[in-house]
Write a protein that binds this ligand. Structure first.
Ligand SMILES: Nc1ncnc2c1ncn2[C@@H]1O[C@H](COP(=O)(O)OP(=O)(O)OP(=O)(O)O)[C@@H](O)[C@H]1O
Ligand SMILES: [Mg+2]
Length: 829
């Protein structure tokens, strides 16, 4: 029926102004009490309301009897008596449900409210005591006595009034629900009773307490009670306020900082300084605006800058986003260097830097020529340089870049096992960075560098994903215009990059990768070539690097030859360069210390400077031996000669293989043995020997793992030699796979093997007939020094390698039976 808000609202005199036209007929006195001071009026029970004298308030009327009471009062021009119900939930209250002390009120016009309910404005006049309920239907009428309040002021009345107004002021101040002019209104009241009533009606106290105030007749006592109530209220309000402000404080602390920072920013902006964060943000924005970027990249960059700007500078994410934006700004998305497509210039650069390597040089010059004609239509080739260490793969890469006028960058893929190393980690990882490809591109600073991927043959693979798969994407011209790095999360165009990969051998490069590349083989150098490289390139380079260019040092050719043959054993020239550097260093020291030093460095000086030779020129066996054959192997370091030793001892025909032989090599030993057993008749070997003797095949230099079928003929030769006791020529080296029928199949690495054989001093090189075309790759000089014997079957191998039966006194192995066997096949060459 009502609520407290309206109740409180009603206390203000200007309420009357708000209801126009009511003033005139409102609040006139309509009935006079009889001589005894009793009045007899219609009665209105109030729910939740205590109406104090002098107070104006709307009374909402819902119940039939109440409506009838008001109508009667209006028609009869009577006043009304109101009193509160003890329990507001009772609809039809009886005598006991109503407080006896109530208020006589006058009423104004009845108002019909928008929601169809009725309301009437009432103003309290007197406290009354209901003495009798005269009638109940159709409305309640009561007889009541007017209560006279004592009007005299007591000693403490004034003080109490002041105390109440002071307390009330504080309450109004703290209670956000109370309008401030409530206090103004209160200090204008000069009647103690009315002040107490007014304050009681505004305070948030219970119905009982209000009723109690109504029933308290003496104004001074009322003021006393009121001041106690106010003090209590104040306590509660103060506590509330304290709690509230604590919470507020915590919230505000954060806001305050933000606010202060904002202010600082504005002030610094005004002063033209700007704080670091704002300045950096500004710089980033400018850098992005200035940089030429693909649309998608620009959009992403701008989005990230906006995110950054919205962040508090202390947020941990700020650093992450800033690093990311630095990457975007630093990467050469569209920055290309101009290619120098002058073929003669390129040719002269390549020639100036490197000796030989004609295949590579030609390929590069062709590329430049075609590029000049076809312009941008041509895709960059993906070259793969394969060859032994130190043969100039990396260094010619550099000089190709120089001849084209491109930047040169290089990464090594050796041991890369994790796909993320190529492609980067997603930004959600702590400390994430782009992969090596993008990192290198940033170093290059252009979108079209020459990019060398070293050691593709040593690419690893494990549970973290297959880096080769990522590499496939990099090297695929169909895909690499949109290379997806996990960190960038944007496509980078690698199609303008010229990729060159290098490897020491093709075998371990995944076939899918090989497929994408154009393989160019680099082979080991001959002594003469090494001399040339040393004389023309490495010696001047090292002299220069050691500050000896102007001292007039000359390293003689014989000195260089000594270095090559006695201090190095390699297919390339890296160790040679190192030893030349060694010589230069020693000389440079003498120069620096003002000591005597040789101006012309001879072979003897080399011995003095480098100490005892590390390799003997002759790597061969000291003499022709039974059961020791010289093979040739193809290793990562180029070619090498290799010995196969066979010992026979009394036993039961078992075969032992040692020297870290791989599966294929072991099988080829078995095949060689089977072939010999099956041919024992023609080889003149007694059959029962195979049951009586144990065979041990050993390939020395045991720490080096060896595999492959190409030692087949060498093992067969060593076996036959051991069984027949015929020595093997120490200056014959051989290579070739052997079948069970004794046929000799072609093998790889002929050129490297031949070079190694020559280094070792071999005079005859036995190789499969099917490898004949490989001889074309062998330099003429080498062909003059070595006799190449092309064979189709093992009989031919044996003919070339075995000597006639050794004289009986040359006893080699205690266990080897001495058999009188005439040499099989043709006599040795
Ligand atoms: N044909 C050549 N002419 C001039 N210098 C050469 C030649 N071949 C190699 N060199 C020099 O030999 C040194 C080693 O070469 P480089 O580092 O290019 O070898 P690589 O083939 O890359 O070896 P790896 O397979 O071990 O990486 C370099 O100083 C290089 O200049
Ligand atoms: Mg290299």
């Amino acid at each position: 029926m009502n609520n407290k808000d309206e109740f409180q609202f009603a206390q203000y005199p200007d309420f009357l102004d708000a209801v126009p036209g009511l003033e005139d007929d409102l609040f006139e006195l309509r009935a006079m009490p009889d001589e005894d001071g009793y009045i007899d009026c219609p009665f209105l029970p109030l729910r939740d309301i205590v109406l104090f004298p002098q107070m104006v308030m709307p009374l909402f009327v819902g119940r039939e009897r109440s409506l009838a009471a008001i109508q009667a009062a209006i028609i009869n021009n009577e006043n009304l008596i109101v009193a509160a119900q003890k329990d507001s939930s009772i609809l039809v209250p009886g005598v006991d449900d109503i407080y006896t002390v109530g208020t006589e009120i006058t009423i104004g016009k009845a108002l019909r409210m928008p929601d169809e309910s009725n309301s009437v404005l009432g103003q309290g006049r007197h406290r009354v005591e209901i003495v009798e309920f005269i009638q109940w239907e159709p409305y309640i009428r009561v007889r009541a006595r007017l209560i006279q309040e004592p009007l005299d002021w007591q000693r403490n009345t004034e003080a109490l009034m002041r105390a109440v107004t002071t307390l009330f002021e504080k309450v109004v101040d703290l209670n956000r629900n109370m309008p401030e002019d409530a206090y103004t209104f209160a200090i204008n009241i000069d009647e103690p009773g009315w002040l107490a009533d007014f304050v009681a009606s505004t305070l948030n106290i219970s119905l009982e307490d209000r009723q109690n105030m109504l029933e308290t007749i003496d104004p001074t006592i009322r003021l006393q009670k009121m001041s106690i109530a106010l003090a209590k209220e104040l306590d509660v309000l103060e506590l509330e306020d304290q709690i509230h402000s604590q919470v507020q404080q915590e919230v505000e602390q954060a806001q305050r900082e933000h606010f202060l920072r904002e202010q600082m920013r504005v002030i610094q902006g005004e002063l033209g300084e700007g704080d670091i964060f704002t300045r950096e943000l500004h710089e980033l924005r400018e850098a992005i605006a200035k940089k030429s970027l693909p649309d998608a990249v620009r959009a992403k960059a701008e989005k990230e800058v906006a995110r950054l700007g919205a962040m508090p500078p202390m947020s941990p994410e700020v650093g992450i986003i800033r690093t990311y934006l630095d990457w975007i700004v630093d990467l050469p998305w569209l920055d290309k260097s101009e290619d120098n497509l002058d073929v003669t210039h390129a040719a002269s650069v390549l020639e100036r830097d490197h000796f030989g390597l004609d295949k590579v040089k030609d390929r590069i010059l062709e590329y430049i020529a075609v590029k000049k004609i076809a312009a941008d239509k041509m895709r960059s080739p993906i070259l793969c340089f394969v060859g032994p260490p130190g043969t100039g793969k990396t260094s010619i890469g550099r000089s190709i870049a120089r001849s084209l006028g491109r930047e040169f960058i290089r990464i090594s893929l050796g041991g890369v096992r994790d796909e993320a190393e190529i492609r980067g980690h997603r930004r959600t990882y702590i400390g994430a960075l782009p992969g090596r490809i993008i990192q290198a591109i940033r170093r290059a600073g252009t979108a079209n560098p020459l990019f060398m991927l070293d050691e593709v043959d040593k690419l690893g693979q494990d549970f973290r994903g297959d880096p080769a798969a990522a590499l496939l994407e990099v090297l695929d011209p169909e895909q690499n215009n949109a290379f997806a790095d996990h960190y960038l999360d944007l496509d980078f165009d690698l199609s303008q990059v010229m990729f060159v990969t290098t490897a020491n051998m093709l075998d371990t490069i995944p076939p899918a990768l090989q497929d994408r590349m154009e393989v160019i083989e680099f082979s080991g150098y001959l002594e003469e070539e090494k001399l040339e490289i040393g004389r023309r390139f490495l010696i001047p380079k090292q002299l220069n690097q050691h500050g000896l260019a102007d001292v007039g040092i000359h390293i003689e050719t014989e000195a260089l030859r000594t270095i090559i043959n006695r201090y190095t054993y390699e297919a390339g020239v890296r160790n040679m360069e190192r030893e030349i550097a060694n010589v230069c260093r020693k000389v440079a020291r003498s120069v620096a210390e003002n000591k005597r030093f040789p101006k012309r460095i001879t072979a003897r000086h080399v011995d003095d400077l480098l100490g005892p030779p590390r390799f003997l020129q002759e790597m061969l066996q000291e003499k022709d031996e039974v059961g020791v054959a010289t093979g040739a192997a193809w290793t990562m370091a180029g070619g090498a000669i290799m010995f196969v030793e066979v010992n026979l001892m009394p036993g039961k025909g078992s075969l032992t293989l040692t020297g870290q032989l791989g599966d294929v090599m072991q099988e080829s030993a078995q095949a060689a043995l089977s072939y010999i057993r099956s041919q024992s008749d023609s080889l003149k070997i007694k059959n029962e020997l195979f049951e009586k003797l144990d065979i041990h095949i050993h390939v020395p230099e045991g720490a080096v793992p060896k595999d492959g079928p190409s030692a087949g003929v060498t093992m067969a030769t060593a076996l036959v030699s051991a069984f027949t006791n015929r020595p093997i020529r120490r200056d014959v080296s051989m290579t070739g796979e052997i079948t069970l029928r004794g046929r000799v199949l072609p093998v790889g690495g002929i050129r490297e093997k031949a070079l190694a054989a020559r280094r070792a001093g071999i005079k005859t090189f036995v190789l499969p007939k099917k490898n004949e075309r490989d001889l074309r790759d062998i330099p003429k000089r080498l062909r003059q020094d070595i006799t190449f014997v092309l064979v189709e079957n093992s009989t031919q191998v044996l003919a070339a390698a075995l000597l006639p039966l050794a004289p009986k006194k040359r006893k080699r192995s205690k266990a080897a039976p001495i058999l009188a066997v005439p040499p099989p096949g043709a006599p040795p060459a």
